[in-house]
Design a protein. Structure first.
Length: 212
């Protein structure tokens, strides 16, 4: 029995980078929640009970001050913004920029950029997934790759962030990217957009440049 237990323990898979990120985030937010004054925790609980966002199941799930505190501040933590200790006042609607993923292949160097038009690019989180087959039309799995990089001529280069997470996408595969922007109007509302593009062969680079 002892040998069987040791074998099982040795074959356990180590946590993934995403699991480690979630664990670290939970630890930080738990400590921040415990450090609040009792009046602040009661304020979050009161805001959670009066939340009217989403369907009945969503409202019931978030009628917990601690859950709402985590939901609001996890986005801010990822963006390296100061955590909110009090529920913010109801703010206005912030329009998100429209995005289009542009993948180029020049001299064998593949780059991934987001072309933005309109809206406010601040406070936007970028998520993506492993390269998929070109015939894939939707993607349900997304993992954060980081905040939206600085704009250069309305383009954001996400190559480094993507490659560090998933490697260089092979020619002929499709890449999906999702952006999320938190809306402080109702604390938990968020704008989500998904865009995708196929990695073309090198000879298609000129055609890709014409779309920018």
């Amino acid at each position: 029995m002892k040998d069987k237990q040791n074998k099982t323990g040795s074959s356990a898979k180590p946590p993934t980078g995403e699991q480690l990120r979630v664990q670290s985030e939970t630890t930080i937010l738990s400590a921040a929640w415990n450090a609040l004054a009792e009046e602040q925790r009661l304020a979050w609980c009161d805001r959670a009970r009066t939340n009217r966002r989403g369907g009945r199941a969503a409202r019931l799930h978030l009628r917990n001050g601690r859950r709402l505190f985590f939901r609001v501040n996890s986005h801010r933590l990822a963006l390296r913004q100061p955590l909110l200790t009090d529920p913010p006042e109801h703010g206005g609607y912030v329009p998100a920029p429209l995005v289009k993923l542009v993948i180029t292949n020049r001299a064998g160097r593949i780059t991934l950029k987001l072309k933005l038009s309109g809206g406010d690019p601040h406070g936007v989180m970028v998520s993506s997934w492993h390269p998929v087959s070109p015939g894939t039309m939707t993607c349900r799995n997304f993992v954060r790759i980081g905040p939206l990089p600085p704009l250069v001529r309305r383009m954001c280069d996400i190559t480094r962030q993507y490659v560090e997470k998933y490697g260089v996408p092979p020619v002929g595969t499709k890449v999906f990217v999702r952006i999320q922007q938190k809306q402080m109007k109702d604390l938990i509302g968020r704008l989500i957009q998904t865009t995708s593009a196929i990695v073309r062969p090198e000879e298609g680079w000129d055609d890709e440049q014409k779309t920018q």
